[in-house]
Design a binder for this molecule. Structure first.
Ligand code: GLC
Length: 422
């Protein structure tokens, strides 16, 4: 009996398969914070699994970063090995630092290709706790067609935005009673911290706590910013915005039911999808400035990293997956296909990325100058600080207190959280 080439190949494959499976691991990756990205993230992770003989399982974390962190902290407390690679928010490294693997041993210096500020953010006590995956900044999405129809320019201040939103809303409501002027994130969670920091910082009211750890929120400009936002609720924004996260705002916007939206870059690619009712009608700009002393345009810095769970049973394979997913090749694919901003400066010169996402190049300074939440200064206490801030902002939006009352009370609360030091 002669042995065919096919049989030899099959035998080799079997032996090889056996070898591989001895080392084959099942790696669970937590990623995707909107429906589209779950699929997108999974696709590349599975690609890595096939290439390396590992099985990849997807875990979809809660869409709210606040709920996501709460669940993770429970898992860490139980030293759970369920997750291997974990998508972590830019404000988390100082909070969950004790539960993550130092990736320096695996990265072999490749982090030097990424924005140094993000690498610094992810480095705690000399340990590289997350590979930068994508960066975010709050953006103003507007309807080009509706601005043109009303003879309006892109608003440069929040007052201009409120006036433009009102004008467009009044006109559109003649035929669509559900039409909204402006949608954003005002649910009591981390997303509101991001939006409200933009209002406060754009009015020259600082960043809640400064770089040195001083509590700065009790100032007239911060109060004015919160009062301005409160005036939008029920006028240019629906009452329901008080319960909106990113995806709620995007739902209204992408249905063609809003003139303006504050959201992160990912909303661009979804809005431009073939089946999107607002395809080719979307403009993207920097968020408006406040008014008064110190006013400027502002965006909150967001973004996600891939980290490895210290309690994982497969740290080496998990680190390899984290590095694969954060590589220039995958970042480019995610930028072109999902408008996720790369964390590698060189990619901002890539023609394909620029073509798919003109705003990434046009608004590069928005991304590089975005205001950081005070996570580094407040370390482990950041979640409490943020929670106190979003509660204060929510109270003002609900008209339970004025901006001035809220920032005074918040200062007291932050002093209690800080005690002697952060
Ligand atoms: C985005 C940002 C993240 C932020 C979150 C708030 O996911 O990337 O940094 O914390 O929104 O909802």
């Amino acid at each position: 009996m002669s042995i065919t080439y096919k049989q030899v190949a099959a035998g080799v494959a079997l032996a090889f398969g056996g070898l591989v499976s001895a080392h084959a691991a099942t790696i669970t990756i937590s990623c995707g914070n909107n429906a589209a990205d779950v699929e997108f993230c999974g696709k590349f992770a599975e690609e890595w699994g096939k290439k390396n003989g590992h099985t990849v399982k997807m875990y979809t974390p809660p869409a709210s970063t606040t709920d996501n962190l709460a669940l993770l902290r429970q898992q860490f407390a139980a030293k759970s090995s369920d997750l291997d690679v974990i998508m972590i928010d830019v404000v988390w490294p100082g909070v969950i630092k004790d539960h993550l693997v130092d990736l320096k041993k695996y990265s072999k210096g490749v982090e030097k290709d990424h924005f140094p500020a993000i690498v610094a953010n992810n480095t705690v006590d000399g340990k590289l706790l997350g590979m930068p995956w994508f960066t975010d900044a709050g953006l103003l999405f507007y309807r080009k067609d509706l601005l043109a129809k009303n003879g309006l320019k892109v608003p440069q201040t929040w007052d201009e935005l409120a006036a433009a939103a009102k004008k467009i809303q009044d006109g559109e409501r003649a035929t669509d009673k559900d039409f909204q002027g402006f949608v954003f994130q005002a649910k009591a969670y981390e997303g509101l911290t991001c939006d409200a920091l933009e209002w406060v910082y754009s009015y020259g009211g600082g960043t809640i706590v400064d770089d040195k750890g001083n509590i700065t929120i009790n100032n007239p400009q911060a109060a004015k910013a919160l009062d301005a936002a409160a005036s939008w609720i029920g006028t240019i924004a629906p009452q329901g915005v008080m319960n909106y996260g990113e995806e709620d705002a995007r739902g209204v916007w992408q249905n063609g039911k809003a003139a303006f939206m504050r959201n992160w870059p990912y909303a661009w690619s979804l809005g431009q999808a073939a089946d999107s009712p607002i395809k080719d009608k979307i403009g993207v700009a920097a968020l408006p400035a406040g008014t008064g002393p110190g006013a400027k345009k502002a965006a909150t810095l967001g973004g996600w990293q891939l980290a490895v769970n210290k309690y994982s049973k497969n740290v080496d394979a998990a680190a390899s997956l984290a590095l694969y997913m954060t590589s220039a090749d995958i970042q480019k694919k995610r930028a072109v296909g999902g408008s996720y901003n790369p964390t590698i400066p060189a990619l901002y010169k890539d023609g394909d990325i620029a073509k798919a996402n003109p705003f990434m190049v046009e608004l590069l300074d928005v991304f590089t100058n975005a205001a950081a939440r005070p996570a580094t200064a407040t370390g482990l206490k950041y979640p409490e600080v943020s929670n106190a801030f979003w509660d204060a902002a929510h109270d003002v939006l609900e008209k339970k207190s004025t901006g001035a009352e809220a920032v005074k009370k918040l200062e007291g609360k932050l002093k209690q959280i800080k005690k002697a030091k952060w």
